[in-house]
Design a protein around this ligand. Structure first.
Ligand code: PEP
Ligand code: MG
Length: 544
């Protein structure tokens, strides 16, 4: 038996046989050509085919893991159309009279190297995307079929790393688990595995790759981040027990559908969902989410090649409100900037974009963008129970300015005779230490708080949330972050307002009791986490 240790990215246990992932990479030879136009036409045809494949993968991802995670494949389609990338390929064919395959492979290597050399970890991660789309293009040029074949039985897919498109393209019914030599826990592949509910351990090291072969017996413990190849009897027995208990627990969770989020002593809280758009609503309903605690509206902007119009936004918001049939829906105004970049916003390059023109700072600097979104939101409010929340708040004056804009929009709609609800709740995100520290001053100005623990942790611990190299310095349970949340909870309640948590920490059940003791009224989590959180809430006795 050989044990490998990596990082578990989805907690579950699998016992089965190894299937080493076989990647069909088209081999690339440099060939001198005489007809550059014909060669460029081959690239265009391959691009069309690649786009069709990506569209199909996008739809599969949408159905299996939701809109937010599927968005990466839309990004891939956009990258295929990128002018610089296409110019590099065509120019090389024209100037060096080389075959399409060689030009694509060269563009891939040049762009991937440029991205990898960048300081910003967001751009470094784009190198993998460039490789992914270029290899797809090469396979299309070589007319290769599907990129992977799996045996009929369910297998543990073992690989160096898996590109997002490879992860989603695998037939889920044949995958027992993922085990990879490389990869980071924030990679899209890790996120996809989590959303597909497939046990996964990454970062097992290159020895793992060298030591495995098709058909070997393997146990994957996604909780511990451990993998055992050719396990001994005791290990198999121990992990079989762990797996069966885990499966039983997960099926027990399904029995919680329809039950209240109530503690043993009778304290009820809301367990809501975080979504990226209307297409995530089926996942919310499947997991019995009580409402939407965070609709990241920036996905409407990220998916578009130009500013989404008022009408387009209105339709999306109305759609979500109607689908939720009167349940609360909290829509956050756009949080563009930092890691979420959109070309058409033409944002200046910044040394520290996470601390630059981001989120509400864009809205207050460019009111025409903000007003369009507010108009769409107010107009949609008559179709359900809407709350609007504003990200990245640090001061009272920002809130005064925001409320001023809301008044302008209401006056405009009144003049035009356009209806809007009179009970829209207006809240702010507590995701900067400043907002938490002065939450007593902010609470009287708004209807609710929602704590964004992802950013609150980043800004409190001075740890860039995009930088995998500092993961070991990020203590997600840091007392400083917890005290800031507690401070905001007290300020909210002292002023008769409610407070929720919509960052990742909301789903961390080791903190649920502490949050409830602080008086947190709502936890908004990814849809697959709702029942796990409900289960935890129902096990807590606050009277003790
Ligand atoms: C947060 O910061 O915790 C949050 C919910 O917002 P986002 O992750 O979208 O920045
Ligand atoms: Mg945030």
């Amino acid at each position: 038996m050989i044990k490998y240790t990596g990082k578990g990215v989805y907690g579950a246990v699998a016992i089965g046989k190894v299937s080493v992932f076989k990647r069909q990479t088209a081999s690339v030879e440099k060939v001198r050509i005489t007809d550059p136009e014909a060669e460029k036409a081959r690239v265009t045809a391959a691009k069309e085919k690649a786009t069709e494949q990506l569209q199909a993968i996008y739809e599969k991802a949408l159905a299996e893991v939701g809109e937010e995670e599927a968005a990466i494949f839309e990004v891939h389609m956009m990258m295929l159309e990128d002018e610089d990338y296409n110019d590099a390929i065509n120019d090389m064919i024209d100037s060096e009279l080389v075959n399409a395959e060689f030009a694509v492979a060269s563009a891939r290597d040049t762009f991937a190297a440029q991205f990898s050399a960048m300081d910003d970890s967001y751009f470094q991660a784009r190198a993998a995307d460039i490789k992914d789309i270029s290899d797809r293009l090469l396979n299309c040029l070589a007319d290769n079929g599907a990129s992977s074949e799996l045996a009929d039985d369910k297998m543990v897919v073992c690989s160096d790393d898996l590109a997002p498109s490879e992860t989603v393209s695998l037939d889920k019914s044949k995958v027992l688990a993922f085990a990879t030599a490389y990869g980071s826990s924030n990679s899209h592949t890790a996120i996809l595995a989590r959303n597909m509910n497939i046990p996964a351990v990454i970062g097992l090291g290159k020895e793992f790759l060298e030591g495995i072969a098709d058909g070997q017996q393997i146990c994957v413990d996604g909780y511990m981040g451990e993998v055992f190849v050719n396990p001994d009897e005791d290990t198999v027995a121990r992990l079989t027990k762990k797996r069966d208990e885990d499966l039983e627990k997960k099926s027990r969770l399904k029995e919680l559908i329809g039950k209240d989020n109530v503690t043993i002593d009778g304290t009820k809280i809301n367990v809501f969902c975080n979504i990226g758009g209307p297409k995530d609503i089926p996942l919310v309903n499947e997991n019995d989410g009580g409402g939407i605690g965070l609709f990241r509206s920036e996905f409407l902007y990220l998916e578009n090649s130009d500013f989404p119009s008022e009408e387009q936004q209105f339709e999306a918001y109305k759609n979500v409100l109607e689908s939720m049939k009167g349940k609360k829906v909290i829509i956050r105004t756009l949080d563009i900037g930092a890691d979420k970049k959109v070309d058409y916003f033409n944002l200046d390059d910044e040394e520290n974009p996470a601390m630059g023109i981001r989120a509400i700072r864009i809205c207050l600097t460019r009111p025409e963008i903000f007003k369009t979104q507010l108009r769409a939101l107010f107009r949609a409010s008559v179709y359900g129970d809407l709350g609007i929340m504003f990200p990245m708040i640090t001061s009272e004056s920002e809130i005064s300015e925001i409320m001023g804009f809301c008044d302008i929009i209401k006056a405009e709609l009144d003049t035009q005779g356009i209806p809007y609800a009179d009970n829209i709740e207006l809240g702010i995100m507590i995701e900067t230490p400043a907002a938490a520290v002065i939450s007593d001053k902010l609470a009287p100005m708004v209807d609710f708080f929602s704590v964004g623990t992802n950013d609150l942790t980043q800004y409190t611990l001075a740890c860039d949330r995009q930088n995998p190299k500092i993961e070991r310095f990020v203590d997600t349970h840091h007392e400083a972050v917890l005290r800031l949340i507690e401070m905001a909870a007290k300020a909210a309640h002292d002023n008769g307002k409610w407070i929720g948590i919509c960052g990742e920490l909301g789903a961390d059940t080791s903190l649920t009791e502490r949050f409830l003791r602080m008086g947190i009224d709502e936890l908004s989590v990814s849809p697959p986490s709702v029942l796990k959180v409900r289960d935890k809430v129902r096990s807590i006795d606050l009277s003790k």
